[in-house]
Write a protein that binds this ligand. Sequence first.
Ligand code: HEC
Length: 418
Amino acid sequence: MRLWLAAALLTLGFGAGAQELRGHGGPVRALAVLPDGLASAGFDQAVILWDAERGQARRVMRWHGGAVNALAALPDGGLASAGEDGRIAFWPLGGAAAPVRVLEGHSAPVAGLALGPDGTLGSAGWDGTVRLWSTDGTARVLEGHQGPVNGIAWTGTRWASAGYDGTVRAWDMQGGQLLAEFGLPQHALLALPGGGLAAGGADGIVRLIGADGAVRELGAGSRPVVALAAAGGRLAAASLGGSVTLWSLAEGRLLATLEGPGLPVWSVAFAADGRTLWTGGQDRLLRRWDAASGAPLGPLAPVIEETLPAGADLEGARVFRACSACHALAPDSGPMAGPSLHGIFGRRMGSLPGYPYSPRLARGDITWTPETVADLFTRGPDVVTPGTTMPVQRLGNPAEMAALIRFLAVATAGRSAR
Ligand code: HEC
C-alpha cells in the first residue's frame, strides 16, 4: 500500500509539471515553433529542442558565447539562432553538435531575427545596424537607427525595424525611411497579416501600424512589452511586468490577460494549430496556455509513468523535476537530450555507450558519486566541466541537494536489482 501510494504521488508529481517544460538554467528569451516541436533559447546560452507533447528535451545546443536572444524557424525545418556574441547560427532539423552555417558581422549582440523572401534572413543588432543576409552569406548593412535595433520584420513587401531610438523604419533597395516615431524605446516588432506591423514599447503600449501608416494603440500594462506573436486573428504581447495580454486584431479588443507567476515574460509563440500559446520567462519555464481563453493548460500525459522503486525520496523526486526533461532513469531512454542516469553512481563521466557527449565530458576524468554529482550542481556544470552542453544550473539549497542524491541513489539503481 505504501509502495502504491509513493508511485501514485510520483506519477502525479511529474505529470502535473508537464504542462510546463523545465530545462533552461536561465530566463527563456526566445521561442520558435518547428514542424516537429518547439525550440527555446535562453540566457543560459542554450538552445533546446523539445518534444512538447512528451514534455521532453530532445537536444541541447550550447554553442553561442553568451545569451541566445532570438530564434527563427527556417523553411527547411531547421532553425536560426542569434545571440549576445553577435553571431547567427543555422541548425539542421533535429539539431546538431555544431551549426551548419555561421554568419558573422554584427559587432554587438543580435536582438532580433526574421525570415524574408527567398531564404533571406534579417537581423537586428545592438550595433545600430539591420543586416539582410542572402543565402550565400553576404549581407546588406542598413544604417539609420540612432542606437540599438531590437526588432525586425518582413511585412510581405518590405523590411521594417524598431529600436531604442523610438523609431520604426522601413527599408527598400533605395534605403531607409521613417515609418513612425514614438519617442521611447521599442523592444519588439512583428509583421501582421495584411501588411501592418505591431511594435512593443517600453511604456507597455503595443502600437499597430497599418499598411496605410495609421497607428492604433493597445494598452498592455505599464511595463515594457518585449515579445509579440500573432495567429488566427489574435495578438499576444508579453511584458516584463509578468503579464501576457491577448488581443483580437480586427477590433483591437482585449480578450484575456494570462496570469503567470508575476515574473518577467520574455518570449511568446503560438503553436502551429493557433490554439495553444507558449510563453517563456524569468522562471526558466516554458508554459502552455489556451490561446482562446488565456487559461493555463492542464497536464499532458505523465512524462514518467513507470513505477519508481519503494523507498524513493519524494522530496528528491520533486527536485529531480529540474532534470527529468533531459534525463531518463531507466537504461533505455529513447531520444532525450541528456544521457540516461541509470546506474550513475560508480559510472565514469562520459561513458554511456552511444550517447554523443561533448569533448569535455568524453574526457571521462570524473567518476560520478554522490559527492561529485553534488559538487557538479553546487558549483555548476559550467564551472566543474566547462564546455559541457548541459545548461548552467545550480542547486543552492543543501537540503534539496541531499534529497536529490537520496532519490538518485534509489531511482537510478532500482531496475538493476530485478
Ligand atoms: C536541458 C537538459 C538538461 C537538464 C535540465 C539537465 N541535464 Fe544533465 N546533462 C544534459 C546533457 C546534454 C548532458 C551531456 C553533457 C555533455 O556531453 O557535455 C548531461 C550530463 C549529465 C551528467 C553526466 C552524465 C554522464 O554520463 O557522464 C549528469 C550526472 C547529469 N547530467 C545530471 C543532471 C541532473 C542531476 C540534473 C538536474 C539537477 C540535470 N542533469 C539536468 C542535459 C541536461
